[in-house]
Design a protein around this ligand. Structure first.
Ligand code: C2E
Ligand code: MG
Ligand code: MG
Length: 603
């Protein structure tokens, strides 16, 4: 037993662990044994510390959690393992790993506590270092994750923005910017799909092609801004007249198309056209004024020959022209014969190309009568085309075509020269009378042509006609188109010394502010207005208001299309200055006009 105890004591005393024994049965649990290693570890000698509680190692910044655990273990007489921040005698810090265990006797009474203490400062520092490195790493990872998240968020944002942009671009590619309706591309796409659909019955797909009637007049006289407003208002009405299964598209300009994919009978398509006509019936209010818009609609069906989108569109377009030709504001269904008429139009174009070289144009003359003297004071030159097969073709038929194919300028040049030459011949023949004037009509393209003033000058110079003997007539809607440019042209013409007239007055929309600035000599009131004479006091009031207006602007008024004696009498009373019309004479070939002049009639 003694041997055993000695061995035990030697082991404890020589242990490289610091070992202490305290006595819990004495007040404040003092140390009753410390070994050598503990002395070395703490720097205290056994004499200095025996009899004291071990807390002298703690300093003032003890780790409360660890100390509480020690106190609890002492109180509860159990083991504990804690890491304590301790201080050596010289004040330096060391980390002390303490394993505290109670020691009981055979009867279970607590006799002391044995504490095994180790300086683990190095391990603790290494651990701390590791922890710091780990924390640093973690911090870096966190930062990098945050940066990545930010970059990702930015990327997502860019992707979303790009998607919106792409959607906008696709939308733009397939929609009309003004009205937001599907455009020509999208319409053709859908038409193609409809025609390709498997199991499609004949006549099941229909195309409506509509073109607003006389929209050009609105655009030309009121400007594009009002034109756009009108198109928007029309679009709204059209959309409201659709049932939802149709594709309504703006095909271009004032052209709209409707695709019907499920037509049971041709009358289905006609009903859509009727709904459109109905939708446009109420007046539109633009710039505070009521205006009426009508449309001509052409309808074609699949199975009418040609099954490509272009075939249906061409057929609907041909039918639309037919609707226009029949007086506008109506719809027409494509029939095979319409192609023939389109071909005739082509023939007209090619014949017109050759007409000038072949000398097929003629001028007829219609007298203009002074209502004061009752005498003929001027002759209006009206062009005719003597077609080798069709006979005399009226300008109403070929002037619009000549405009379209850019032939009007050379034709107009010829008219101007011929009219000036004829006027000179009459001057020679009827010397002694006040010089007869000649009136020449200018079409839109001629009026806008850059060389117009030069050509008028040339015609005057070559013929030797006095500028004052030439009146140039320009239609109201042409005059009002691009009014500032018109003003400049009119002023240049005026400088030449010729007279200017606004033709067909009352059919377009004149701007009063421009009207009074234009250097115009005559207002020529349109036949349709003259013919409303006798149709009630309102019309008469308008007719006399025009006279007042013109005279206030120092212009003379001409009545067009006078056909009866009553009309003439009324116009005289109201104060018209001049008149023209079948009542006096129809347009006559030059010889007949000369004969009439020789008679020198008076009305
Ligand atoms: P405009 O200048 O207003 O000419 C008057 C038109 O009304 C003429 O038709 C004339 O024949 C017709 N007219 C005259 N009096 C009466 C009447 O009492 N009753 C009826 N129902 N009609 C009457 P036209 O000769 O067929 O000419 C039609 C239009 O063609 C002209 O209208 C003019 O705008 C244009 N035009 C004629 N000649 C030329 C030309 O040499 N150059 C250009 N650019 N246009 C021309
Ligand atoms: Mg005229
Ligand atoms: Mg006229």
């Amino acid at each position: 037993m003694e041997q055993e105890l000695r061995l035990l004591y030697q082991a404890i005393a020589a242990s490289s662990n610091g070992i202490v024994i305290s006595d819990p049965n004495q007040a404040d649990n003092p140390l009753i044994y410390v070994n050598r290693s503990f002395e070395l570890m703490t720097g205290y000698s056994a004499e200095e510390i025996l009899g004291h509680n071990c807390r002298f190692l703690q300093g003032s910044d003890g780790d409360q959690l660890a100390l509480d655990e020690v106190r609890a273990a002492v109180r509860e007489e159990r083991d504990c393992l804690v890491l304590l921040r301790n201080y050596r005698k010289d004040g330096t810090l060391f980390w002390n790993e303490l394993r505290l265990s109670p020691v009981h006797d055979e009867r279970g009474h607590l006799i002391n506590f044995i504490g095994i203490q180790n300086d683990v400062t190095e391990r603790k520092q290494a651990e701390d270092e590791l922890q710091r490195a780990h924390d640093e790493l973690e911090d870096r990872v966190r930062q990098r994750t945050a940066r990545l998240a930010e970059a990702n968020a930015q990327l997502q944002g860019e992707i979303a923005e790009r998607q919106v942009l792409e959607e906008q671009l696709t939308h733009q590619a397939f929609h009309d910017p003004l009205t937001g309706l599907p455009n020509r591309n999208l319409f053709l796409d859908r038409l193609d799909l409809a025609l390709e659909r498997p199991g499609r019955r004949e006549g099941e797909v229909a195309v409506l092609f509509m073109d607003l009637d006389d929209f050009k007049v609105v655009n030309d006289s009121l400007g594009h801004e009002v034109g756009d407003q009108m198109l928007l208002a029309v679009t709204e009405r059209l959309e409201n007249s659709m049932l939802g299964e149709e594709t309504l598209a703006r095909f271009g300009g004032d052209e709209f198309t409707v695709l019907l994919e499920d037509v049971a009978s041709p009358s289905d398509a006609a009903r859509v056209a009727e709904r459109i006509e109905e939708a446009l019936r109420a007046p539109f209010v633009l710039r505070g004024r009521e205006r009426f818009v009508t449309t001509s609609v052409g309808i074609s069906f699949s199975g009418q020959g040609g099954e490509r989108p272009g075939d249906l569109l061409r057929n609907a377009d041909l039918a639309m022209y037919q609707a226009k030709a029949k007086g506008k504001n109506r719809h027409a269904v494509f029939e095979p014969g319409m192609e023939q008429r389109a071909l005739e139009r082509l023939e007209l174009e090619s014949d017109l190309q050759r007409a000038l070289e072949r000398g097929e144009f003629r001028l007829h003359y219609q007298p203009k009568v002074s209502l004061r003297s009752g005498e003929i004071v001027a002759m209006e030159a009206l062009v005719r085309w003597e077609h080798p097969a069709w006979g005399l073709v009226s300008p109403a038929q070929f002037v619009p075509v000549a405009e379209e194919i850019d032939l009007i300028v050379p034709i107009g040049r010829w008219v101007l020269k011929e009219a000036c030459r004829q006027a000179c011949r009459w001057h020679d023949r009827f010397q002694g009378r006040p010089p007869l004037k000649v009136c020449v009509n200018l079409s839109a393209k001629q009026f806008q042509h850059y060389a117009l003033v030069k050509e008028v000058e040339t015609a005057l110079r070559e013929s030797g006609l006095e500028p004052d003997a030439l009146d140039l007539e320009i239609t109201e809607s042409v005059v009002m188109k691009d009014a500032p440019a018109t003003l400049a042209t009119l002023q240049e013409l005026k400088v030449l010394g010729v007279n200017l007239a606004i033709d067909d007055f009352g059919t377009g929309y004149s701007s009063l502010s421009y009207l009074k600035r234009f250097p115009v000599d005559f207002l020529k009131v349109d036949r349709s207005i003259i013919q409303s004479l006798g149709e009630g006091p309102r019309n008469e009031a308008i007719l006399s208001a025009v006279v007042t207006l013109a005279h206030a602007m120092d212009e003379r008024v001409i009545a067009e299309g006078v056909e009866t004696e009553e009309q003439l009498a009324r116009l005289r009373e109201i104060g018209y200055d001049f008149a023209q019309g079948y009542y006096f004479a129809k347009p006559l070939p030059s010889e007949a006009a000369s004969a009439l002049l020789a008679e020198n009639p008076r009305w």
